[in-house]
Design a protein around this ligand. Structure first.
Ligand code: FAD
Length: 236
């Protein structure tokens, strides 16, 4: 690989983590603290009353009017918010990842690597190597396109041919909720109990704690630590 490189930037402070494990651990802690999760329940509709108070209707037949609703449904937010007259400019950028069991540890990267030229990232997750890339504009289509997977595998094979058996890769596809300026939308709305936390694009895991901090400050009516909110819908 050395022959193909002209240089790189090493960020010593960078870390990688398994977002699924973190989400499960967080869920367990929150459940212990009394939070109720409604899994396998879809929000069918948001509706406002004459006092601009928004209610949530779910597929479980519930009709809830909570003190606060934070819409954080990524690309699906657009359709749900439209009937309330809120237009969020969020577009799906479809990407793929492969997670490969590492067979030869010395031939797999130890640190997270971003190949800027080819827009592919490599992250070591313990005994596994995760390779992610592609940005396809195909709407809300979540089907795995095998030709895109093969292209990603080929990139990985070129760079780390002996790291693992790419034929054993676990395949995944997801939609990055992209905004025009690449900034998330974390904002209130004209409805007193309705908030937005959408559009973290290619960095939703990285930006999750910061976004949560911003939305919790806004919800409580507290000043943001960095001053003016730069994540408004108006400036998206
Ligand atoms: C290939 C790839 C690699 C990536 N790598 C990284 C990375 O290394 N680091 C990083 O920080 N980010 C990464 N990202 C980006 C990250 O995945 C997204 O930014 C993040 O998932 C956005 O989080 P979200 O919660 O807003 O949306 P999502 O993760 O899309 O979650 C939205 C949730 O809302 C649910 N939902 C939708 N509609 C409804 C409804 N009507 N009722 C109830 N629930 C509903 C969905 O089921 C889903 O669970 C990557 C993305 C891709 C595609």
């Amino acid at each position: 690989m050395r022959d193909h490189l002209s240089g790189g930037i090493f960020t010593e402070s960078e870390e990688s983590a398994d977002c699924f494990q973190l989400a499960v651990a967080l869920k367990n802690i929150l459940q212990q603290r009394g939070v109720t999760f409604r899994f396998n329940t879809t929000v069918r509709q948001l509706a406002a009353d004459s006092n601009r108070k928004v209610s949530v209707q779910t597929t479980a037949g519930e009709h809830l009017t909570p003190d606060h609703i934070v819409v954080a449904l990524a690309c699906e937010s657009t359709a749900l918010l439209k009937p309330l007259g809120i237009a969020v400019p969020v577009s799906p950028l479809k990407g793929y990842s492969l997670t490969v069991p590492i067979e030869r540890a010395a031939d797999a990267p130890m640190v997270s690597i971003t190949d800027y030229e080819r827009k592919v990232v490599y992250a070591r997750l313990g005994e596994r190597l995760r390779i992610a890339g592609m940005a396809d504009m195909v709407g809300l289509n979540r089907r795995i396109d095998t030709s895109r997977i093969e292209a990603l595998k080929q990139e990985a094979r070129n760079l780390f041919p002996d790291a693992g058996n790419y034929d054993l890769a676990t395949l995944w596809t997801g939609l990055r909720p992209a905004t025009p300026k690449g900034k998330p939308i974390i904002d209130g709305t004209r409805y007193g109990n309705l908030w937005l936390n959408i559009g973290q694009g290619a960095l939703g895991f990285t930006l999750a704690p910061g976004s949560a901090s911003v939305i919790s400050h806004l919800l409580r009516g507290q000043a943001l630590p960095f001053g003016k909110n730069v994540f408004t819908l108006a400036d998206a």
